[in-house]
Design a protein around this ligand. Structure first.
Ligand SMILES: [Zn+2]
Ligand SMILES: [Zn+2]
Length: 350
């Protein structure tokens, strides 16, 4: 039996092809893809800027079990799951405390070292099945909303040491889907005021049009962030800043926007060729500031993210702006990359 898949032929070149449906071997699970969202990393792989080990990418997945290999227990055919991307070694100290995203033996990931879900079917490898990377998801949410669990889990992870429920004001730099998801997690966890800053008015207008629950949408090209924050917090500063844009120049000045005991989350990765930044250490020392990193996510963050969406604490439907079939994959990629398209989350429905 054949299936449709988006196959990367060489860096920057991919085709929609008929390929054989993979067969689950010992311990593996065959998944029929209900939906898979396009993310920024996929875009970088598809353009040839980033190289991965496999020809099929796509890691923001809702799927149903279509078959199991010999020896698979506790996974039923027809069961509906989302896929935890990162598969840790399972034996290092980080994996032992369910922080597979920080695996000391270098984790493997779906869509990077194992084929992903821009296809009709994919295989969950034995290591993923054994480590519980199939996360059950109820029928209450659509397949499209299910795909948001993965990126949302990364935002849950980036904020897990920030006491959001105590926060008067949280500021997010970057109004792309990741900035939006960070803002929604802050809100869902009880932050009283959430502000999004972005240099693109188009993006901010889109948030307004979609009715996203943010208090302030600020164009940081036209408005000086420091002046805006001083004015809106009586000079105290905001309690947390999340940098959700790969712009190094935001980070050092962001420390000056923080109130005492404030939190800075460096969510976005910075260009590998130029990641170094000078910061005023006395801001951290005297202000008792806290700085956090964020890289991918693991089991606990998936569960929290799923429950936010299933309970309706976060409205996922509002974020899904575009749906495409595998046949229209090229169009989907173009739409996602075009700032004037009004795209926030673009989903492939095979
Ligand atoms: Zn992603
Ligand atoms: Zn490990």
């Amino acid at each position: 039996m054949n299936m449709k898949a988006v196959v990367i032929k060489s860096p920057g070149v991919y085709k929609i092809e008929e390929v054989p449906v993979p067969r689950p071997s010992q311990g593996e699970v065959l998944l029929k893809i209900e939906a898979c969202a396009l993310c920024g990393t996929d875009q970088r792989v598809l353009s040839g800027e980033k190289i991965v080990d496999v020809p099929i990418v796509g890691h923001e997945i809702t799927a149903r079990v279509a078959g199991t290999g010999p020896g698979v227990k506790n996974i039923k055919e027809g069961g509906r799951y989302v896929v935890q991307t990162v598969i840790g070694c399972g034996i290092c100290p980080m994996c032992k405390i369910q922080r597979d995203n920080l695996c000391e033996n270098t984790f493997k990931a779906i869509g990077y070292q194992f084929n992903g879900a821009f296809a009709e079917y994919m295989i969950m490898p034995k290591s993923g099945v054994d480590h519980g990377n199939l996360i059950p998801v109820p029928e209450d949410i659509s397949a499209e909303v299910g795909t948001l669990i993965e990126p949302l889990s990364c935002c849950v992870n980036g904020m897990k040491y920030i006491p959001m429920e105590e926060m008067e004001h949280v500021l997010i730099f970057g109004g792309g889907i990741i900035g939006v998801l960070n803002g929604l997690v802050a809100r869902a966890r009880g932050a009283r005021t959430v502000t999004i800053m972005d240099v693109s008015q188009e993006r901010l207008d889109l948030h307004k049009k979609l009715g996203l629950p943010f208090d302030n949408l600020v164009n940081s090209r036209e408005t000086n962030p420091q002046e805006w924050v001083d004015q809106h917090t009586n000079g105290r500063g905001v309690n947390a800043v999340v940098v959700a844009a790969s712009v190094k120049a935001i980070v050092a000045p962001a420390l000056k926007l923080l109130a005492r005991a404030g939190h800075l989350s460096v969510f976005a990765g910075m260009p590998k060729s130029d990641p170094v930044s000078e910061i005023d250490l006395n801001l951290i020392h005297y202000g008792e500031l806290n700085i956090h990193g964020a890289t991918s996510s693991a089991y606990n963050e998936f569960i929290t993210a799923r429950d936010f969406l299933v309970s309706g604490k976060i409205n996922g439907e509002a974020l899904v702006t575009h749906r495409f079939s595998l046949d229209d994959f090229h169009k989907a990629v173009k739409t996602q990359a075009d700032p004037s398209s009004g795209a926030l989350k673009v989903i492939i429905i095979p």
